[in-house]
Design a protein around this ligand. Sequence first.
Ligand SMILES: [Zn+2]
Length: 167
Amino acid sequence: MRKRAVPARSLVRSEPPCAWCLDEGTVRTTYGEKLCGSCRNIAVQQRTREREGDSFSVAVYREMETMARAFGERYRSDVESAGGLELEYALANVSRFICRKNLFHGLASYLDHDFNREQRRALIRLLYRMIRKSVSRGRHVKAAYSPNLNWTPPGLRRKMAANPRSE
Ligand SMILES: [Zn+2]
């Protein structure tokens, strides 16, 4: 008898994922929410900077929280629809990171045809584990320079103060 493939469900842990980014690894209750290590760090830093009265850092960590939650939303909707387009996006993301090129452009309809929804869902889940790590690594800098913060970097601020006309 042929061995049956392990159902994609087995990739899902019985414990709830991270409340913000939906990471399915280890979570710990932090300020009343189940958070992964990366999101937990954001939450802790936010509280610490609040106590210190560092309003800029608080804004940065708030922005990081928004980004982590948005990532979770994207993940949730991609895993839910699990179409060829969503799998193409995940593959493209990993491909760009590894070889700085998207080797999967325009493959959505093939991915739709060659894999069934459960297979695509399992692949998206696995790929997102890598994407999540790489995205969370660059989040601090991205948040600090986010247009939502309306913040000018100190170097540029000094330059503008020295020479008010150049921007
Ligand atoms: Zn998380």
